[in-house]
Design a protein around this ligand. Structure first.
Ligand SMILES: *Cc1c(COP(=O)(O)O)cnc(C)c1O
Length: 350
């Protein structure tokens, strides 16, 4: 398969000149002794009176080292949501191009397709929530730019078989975006290890889940330098703020704490799985490699309301395709989990 990024990039993006910020134009100097009168900032120091580094170099250097990639294979954004939106805007021509998503899955792919006036071709997962590679490839036409795979998948919790992912990477000449928001809860290796092997492979990750920083909004995109440089060209100049960059750096250096939190969440997940087996109204427990469990119950709306009445908020997924009467439970702390298990036990009796 011959992959050429130039066949994918929108014409207006190809020909545009990116905005050059004051800080962009000055990156090569030794800045220590310089007086900055170039960006109309307030000169009085308060920690955040200066614009942030538009390339977030410090964060990227740390991530690159931890993930064993090159800093120029990384793009950062205001959450994965911004990163995914940039991918749409760089590659999908409104009202012409299309993308493929695989329900039941994360809702943002469809929402972003809508916002960007891009057709979303939906190819359902199989009954065991795996991608149907042949059907997906049948849905591809000359205007299909992206296939979105979410692995481990939200809301089902399973990850996708390597075989079908490889089939798509090898046979589709657009981008295969693998959303790995939950990869840190899985024993499976990240697709990052294959980033140099497939030029059409793009991976998104986030600090919102395992890293415990949903509030700072930091999403990460890994791809070939060719893909990343296109995204860089169109991103807003200061899309990741200074507080976010500082907080991310601090957290990324605390690898032991992150690991121990992940270990604890996984241990709680296994505890809850054991208890769910004995809950009468739970009809099916789906295998999970994420920090949540999808279950099928007798009556999702009823059980959802009962849990709310007991002060526990979960996610009702019953309206999603293939997810009739399912509920999604996020794994909380040991204490929260205990409370959930008590409430579930009390519901069996009524
Ligand atoms: C939670 C989640 C994200 C994270 O989005 P952010 O904007 O980075 O918080 C991305 N993808 C999936 C599938 C998710 O469930």
């Amino acid at each position: 398969m011959n992959f050429d990024i130039n066949n994918l990039v929108r014409e207006n993006v190809k020909s545009m000149k990116p905005y050059s910020s004051a800080r962009d134009e000055f990156e090569d100097f030794d800045t220590a002794d310089m007086i900055f009168l170039d960006a109309n900032e307030n000169p009085f120091q308060n920690g955040v009176n200066r614009y942030p580094d538009p390339q977030q170099s410090n964060v990227k250097v740390v991530l690159a080292k931890q993930k064993n990639v090159n800093p120029n294979q990384i793009l950062l954004g205001n959450g994965s949501d911004e990163v995914l939106d940039l991918i749409f805007r760089a590659f999908c021509e409104p009202k012409v191009d299309n993308i493929i998503s695989l329900p039941p899955t994360y809702g943002m792919y469809g929402v972003l397709a809508n916002i960007n006036a891009v057709e979303n071709r939906e190819v359902l997962l199989s009954a065991d929530f795996q991608p149907q590679a042949d059907k997906i490839l049948e849905a591809v036409d000359e205007n299909t730019k992206i296939i979105f795979l979410c692995s481990p998948n939200n809301p089902t919790g399973n990850s996708f078989l390597n075989e079908s992912v490889v089939k798509l990477l090898k046979n589709f000449k657009g981008l295969v975006v693998i959303d790995e928001a939950y990869i840190d809860f899985s024993e499976k290796e990240s697709w990052l290890a294959k980033i140099d092997q497939y030029p059409n492979l793009v991976i998104t990750q986030t600090l919102s889940k395992a890293y415990g920083l949903a509030g700072i909004r930091l999403g990460i995109c890994y791809g070939s330098t060719a893909v990343i440089s296109v995204l860089n060209k169109i991103k807003p100049p200061y899309n990741v703020n200074e507080l976010t960059q500082l907080r991310a750096l601090e957290r990324l250096s605390d690898t032991d704490k992150i690991k121990s939190e992940i270990t604890s969440i996984i241990a709680q997940r296994e505890e809850l799985l054991k208890v769910l087996v004995d809950v009468k109204f739970v009809k099916k427990i789906y295998p999970t490699e994420a920090n949540f469990i999808l279950i099928k119950v007798d009556d999702a709306n009823k059980r959802y309301d009962e849990l709310i009445a007991k002060g526990i908020v979960i996610r009702n997924r019953t309206t999603q395709p293939l997810c009739e009467n399912t509920l999604r439970l996020t794994i909380g702390t040991e204490q929260e989990n205990k409370k959930l298990m008590e409430v579930l036990a009390s519901l069996i009796k009524v």
